[in-house]
Ligand binder design. Sequence first.
Ligand SMILES: [Zn+2]
Length: 323
Amino acid sequence: MGNKEVENKEKEINEFDQFVEPLLEQLDTIQQKLYTPAERMTQEEEVHSRQEYEAVLKKYEKYHKYEEIINDCALDTSEKSFFCHAYCSHCGKDVTMYYRGAKDNSMEQMRDVFRDNFYCPICQLTGRWRRILSKVRQVYSLGKKVYMYEYNSPAYFGALSFVSKGDLIGSEYFGSEYKSGEYVNGVLHEDATNLSFSDESLDIILSLDVFEHIYFYKKAFQEIYRVLKPGGKLFLTIPMEVERDITEDRAKIENGKTIFLKEPVYHGGANHTDFGVLAYTDFGWDILEIIKSVGFSDVKFITYYSIREAYFGRVWYYLDITK
Ligand SMILES: [Zn+2]
């Protein structure tokens, strides 16, 4: 962005903040009445099973009240309808976070969409990326090679703010007609099941909601294991069906053809076509063992929730995996 654009953006942010200031203050007051300072901070827990996860969900039900109040304060606009004061761990600043989109649906559905839609107006990162990048920050030091599958995202530029340019690799998938390692319009193409990187050449890998779109996802995990150095880290999110124990295919590929086993589900993606990217897999709790079976020494399932950093709607999670 040029100076003028930054200025305009700031002006726009300030005008909106002033407009909603009375509501923001109300939200802050209610939040302080309902929760102790410790309860408003970011909370993380390692869980090992569906049962433990369900216990965590129960524990966090006390936050439903706050989510309902955010919902009640929402404006009737097509975007920036929800907002709250929060701390951006990436920018290191208190900001007014916004929800991208309109108020719609029931509270139950709103809690689902809250999950990853409160973004920081400065870095434009959604909650998931703010959380994961804060984890990367803890383990990165100059010279460590960091790879992420999503080049076309604010997250790549977010990572560049603390990862040296020479250490950061971002790629996209452009289709089977390209070879991993090729550049397509200046962007690195990588097939997750056949990476171009040499053995034990990378230190940290990030993948947020990509693996459900890879039919041969076990091969993709094997590839990560191959290219990571011993002790290397994978930070991963996959849309797990948390009530599901056993991972199941939604669709499969046979002789190069896609065969649907369940109603097709498509998610948006950077290079998606009009209908999005097909999800091949419904992940269940056995995915933790499946990942371990590739050779990883440690697979941690970590839940987190935060009023302070605007990670709410549902109890969130990521996988912290060590080779
Ligand atoms: Zn930020």
